[in-house]
Design a protein around this ligand. Sequence first.
Ligand code: ATP
Length: 285
Amino acid sequence: MNNGDAAIVVRGLRKVYGDRAAVDGIDLEVGRGEVFALLGPNGAGKTTTVEILEGFRKRDGGEVTVLGADPATASRTESFRQRVGIVLQGTGEFDELTVGEVVRHFARFYSSPDDPGTVITRVGLRDKAGARTHTLSGGQKRRLDVALGIIGRPELLFLDEPTTGFDPEARREFWGLIKDLRSSGTTIVLTTHYLDEAEALADRVGVIAAGRLIAVDTPRLLGSRDEALATVSWRTPDGVWESAQSAAPTALITDLAARYGGEVPALTVTRPTLEDVYLEMIGAA
Ligand code: ATP
């Protein structure tokens, strides 16, 4: 990636709490229009990293450029706030105000906001537009957080564990929203503990462990997933389930097809999932 195309450039980022480095020398680039997912176990340093990029936390070392500016100072400027959308971990409660009132209120902070009604519908809260925020369920509050993150039509959107507490249907709807935002050119950085979410949404994923970025790749290639042994499973004509690991599954299936005279009963071929390679990486780290 040419640096000029980068929405975010991080070099040697460090953050220390007491005598412990929470972020310990991270280098990272996120391209404009890219969806980048940060993965890592609890306490790995994801939120710290993201909050430094947002300008919410001070760094102790390294260089950070977000949309061409240093967030440590730029985050206090109006233009940075106009261009960057932020969804933090769990806010979503505004006492006696309704969903519609809160979203309309936040829209006024931006020079060219999206239409509040459209945004409320996009996050799946149309039926709750008139409901007071304290009556929303956990997942509905999270949707409201997302609405507030996108109401200003940001160029760059940060989402910290956006779908925690969503039911499966709401997560799929949310994924659709993120794909729409990506199609319209929004750069997105998200943290998540859901590997299927990273796989569905991210162009690239970065794995953080103990404050270090230990891998960055596309979900398909992370940890050389594509080259890992394949597991081929099938059922023999007398009903016995068989499975074999193979580096050459095509050859094995060709053999099986010859052995069974055509269709191999109940054939499946699987490779390690993103979760499998992620857990292996984290274990090794
Ligand atoms: P999670 O997945 O649980 O959200 P995370 O990867 O986002 O975790 P961080 O919140 O960045 O992790 O925390 C990284 C480390 O820094 C942890 O050990 C945490 O205890 C420590 N830490 C974070 N914030 C502070 C703080 N304000 N003061 C002291 N230590 C902190």
